[in-house]
Design a protein around this ligand. Structure first.
Ligand SMILES: Nc1ncnc2c1ncn2[C@@H]1O[C@H](COP(=O)(O)OP(=O)(O)OP(=O)(O)O)[C@@H](O)[C@H]1O
Ligand SMILES: [Mg+2]
Length: 260
């Protein structure tokens, strides 16, 4: 994994953020994708990032993962980082346990893989080939591969988007359980407003190259989206440019009243 040029070693501290990005700009040719962006994530904080397609969410995540050059700008992240993408990206010619510990130096990689796979409920599939896993199992293996690196920062780029609704809900529970057990800072990129509200401490909206809106969510988990959280959902949908469901319902009701 390449590393951004300016980076101080990560020392976990309550006072210092796990992620600090100030005035960050990223261009592709003549097109500016991220402009003067500020982002701080506290150690152990779970942050969700929403934004329209093409707004630069993956670009930001790749920067934090050290996968893209930072062009000399300061990008502060922990050195222990791991990424899970929308697709599991397992090597089909290696059994699951070898995928999990790929590139990892350690005295007993199989035991490390087994511990991580057990945590995600795949302790019985160590020697399975990736092609024999279901979509949900493959994503759990990808989570185990992230976990085994003991990340202080876990970067998730739409990791549940390709899963069916029930598997996605189970993955939410799993991610929360892993987060509680290991307490990494998390940045979850998602298109799903309800997923963002259900999981995170803070929801950010990427807009015009910077963080355009922020909602802090303090409700206890597991969360039902009702009362104040419905208002949060409506505001987030509004920031994304979608009409809040309440407004749609009210507009429809008033149209019905006009017709009657
Ligand atoms: N390597 C690249 N070279 C040129 N343009 C790029 C490159 N990577 C991304 N882009 C452009 O930058 C913009 C932001 O892309 P990015 O993948 O970050 O969006 P996103 O918010 O993750 O979108 P989505 O929700 O569809 O995944 C897009 O217009 C994309 O075409
Ligand atoms: Mg993306």
């Amino acid at each position: 994994m390449s590393i951004s040029p300016i980076r101080r070693p990560f020392v976990p501290s309550r006072d210092e953020p796990a992620v600090a990005l100030h005035g960050f700009t990223r261009r592709f040719g003549q097109t500016t994708i991220l402009q003067d962006l500020d982002l701080d994530i506290a150690p152990g904080e779970f942050v969700a990032l929403l934004g329209r397609s093409g707004s630069g969410k993956t670009t930001l995540l790749r920067t934090l993962a050290g996968l893209d050059p930072a062009d000399g700008q300061a990008v502060r992240t922990p050195s222990a980082r791991a990424v899970v993408f929308q697709e599991p990206r397992l090597l089909p010619w290696k059994p699951v346990w070898k995928n999990v510990t790929l590139g990892l130096a350690g005295p007993s990689p199989r035991a490390q893989a087994e511990a991580a796979l057990r945590e995600v409920g795949l302790g019985h599939r160590l020697d399975a080939w990736p092609a024999t896993l279901s979509g949900g199992e493959a994503q759990r293996a990808a989570l185990a591969r992230a976990l085994v690196r003991e990340p202080h920062l876990l970067l998730l780029d739409e990791p549940f988007a390709a899963l069916d609704a029930l598997t996605r809900l189970k993955m939410h529970e799993l991610v929360l359980a892993l987060w509680r057990a290991h307490r990494p800072a998390v940045l979850l990129v998602t298109h799903d407003v309800d997923e963002a509200i259900a999981l995170s401490d803070r929801v950010l909206v990427l807009k015009d190259g910077r963080i355009g809106a922020e909602e802090r969510i303090e409700a206890e988990r597991p969360r039902r989206i009702e009362g104040a959280l419905q208002a949060v959902r409506a505001r987030l949908l509004g920031h994304l440019g979608a009409e809040p469901p309440q407004a749609v319902a009210e507009r429809r009701a008033s149209r019905r009243a006009e017709v009657a």
